[in-house]
Design a protein around this ligand. Structure first.
Ligand code: ADP
Ligand code: MG
Length: 387
């Protein structure tokens, strides 16, 4: 992939790029919807990446070519603009991410040079593996390095998140950008979404990360997401705290009768999920797959019954994998919900059988939908590898 970006750069601009930068996609192992409740998440960067081949220009123009985003004639699309212009949305649509990142870097006072960029990725787009964070981090790294500026992985993550919040119009937390920037090969990353403190936690090499995209068409995601956020805010308000992070299970149970029953169940998911995420971190440190198995099972049940963000095809997919791995591995839905992906941590020797069963059985429970299956390894973040 890196080579494809380099060769395309040379073909398009007539000389080799100065450097190629890259950032990975991610999968969240546990800690769902806890990010906007100031809680904990435990994602890992994956070995699917976005590469940006780059070279500085002498003027103040940025020209970027996206090899993966072709027009109707099969020609890669191009975004070109002057850094100092008042940046507004333009075609092609993916340029939102580039313009958003440039806008935020400008706001923060970074001195930017003009640049030619070629983008190439193998992160599936729109599949819940955060191709957007991979793109943002690779662009931040490329644009700042070409300009002689250096920033930390945390700063880069905040720039990417701000680009997505302010320019793209997606109200996401900072988990995706953080792990894509700061993840490490064969480690997961425990992130405190309030303080942004993080800790790398080793993952045994004998385990596989299996990700299956259900390919369910996701309809209500945005509106349901907003409703969940409001319900969590209502619960935090009831307890007079900034976020559900500050509510204990004992406190929640004591006030069960006084709370709206739906708000209670939403809060129950968040409060228990935060604890599960911390417990999962400990289990991972100890290489204790049996405990992780139970925690991931409980997490899925909590998303299904209390937070109500799963759909039958996803529940069925989890069951198919669970039938293969039993207590020897963990499986749960990952991501915002209402479709999307399932993640499993499994011993390598069960990988082939799990895949076989998913391919055979999933179409039968999903009206013929074919699953997309990815076997991953925890991978280096953009700012760990540097270039
Ligand atoms: P996800 O982050 O889950 O993959 P998003 O909808 O958040 O899904 O982001 C996908 C969008 O990000 C794409 O529609 C595209 O605009 C942009 N994008 C991601 N990867 C690339 C790429 N390699 N080239 C151009 N645009 C990309
Ligand atoms: Mg995204």
């Amino acid at each position: 992939m890196e080579d494809i970006a380099k060769k395309a750069f040379a073909r398009l601009f007539g000389h080799a790029p100065e450097n190629v930068y890259s950032a990975p996609g991610r999968v969240n192992l546990i800690g769902e919807h806890t990010d906007y409740n100031d809680g904990f998440v435990l994602p890992t960067a994956i070995d699917f990446r976005t590469w940006v081949a780059a070279c500085k220009r002498d003027d103040r123009i940025i020209t970027a070519v996206a090899l993966d985003e072709e027009d109707e004639n099969g020609i890669p699309t191009v975004a070109t603009f002057a850094i100092d212009d008042d940046l507004k949305k333009m075609d092609p649509p993916w340029s939102d991410y580039l313009l958003g990142v440039v806008n935020e870097l400008k706001k923060e006072g970074y001195k930017l040079s003009g640049a030619n960029l070629v983008i190439k990725s193998n992160v599936p787009r729109g599949a819940g593996l955060s191709s957007s964070a991979a793109l943002e981090n690779a662009l931040v790294l490329a644009l700042t390095d070409v300009s002689g500026e250096h920033l930390s992985g945390v700063k880069a993550a905040l720039i990417g998140q701000a680009a997505e919040n302010n320019f793209v119009g997606c109200n996401c937390g900072v988990m995706d950008q953080m792990v894509s920037a700061l993840g490490k090969q064969d480690y997961a990353l425990l992130l405190d979404c309030r303080s942004l403190e993080y800790k790398l936690v080793p993952m045994p090499e004998s385990w596989s990360i299996l990700i299956v995209n259900s390919n369910v068409k996701r309809g209500l995601v945005d509106s349901e997401y907003n409703v969940r956020r409001q319900q969590c805010e209502a619960a935090a308000k009831f307890f007079n705290v900034d976020a559900l992070r500050d509510v204990s299970l004992a406190q929640l149970e004591k006030n069960k009768e006084a709370l709206d029953p739906v708000v209670y169940r939403r809060a129950l998911h968040i409060v228990t999920e935060n604890q599960r995420t911390l417990n999962a971190c400990t289990a991972l440190e100890q290489g204790d797959l049996a405990t992780l198995s139970r925690l991931m099972e409980d997490s899925h049940k909590s998303m299904k019954n209390d937070f109500e963000i799963t759909v039958p095809a996803i529940d069925g997919l989890v069951k198919i994998i669970k039938d293969v791995i039993g207590t020897e591995g963990g499986v749960r839905m990952t991501g915002g919900g209402f479709g999307g992906c399932v993640v499993a941590l499994i011993p390598k020797e069960l990988e082939a059988e799990a895949i076989r069963r998913v391919e055979e059985e999933y179409p039968k429970i999903s009206d013929g939908l074919a699953p997309s299956i990815f076997v991953c390894r925890a991978s280096d973040g953009a700012f760990l590898r540097g270039k």
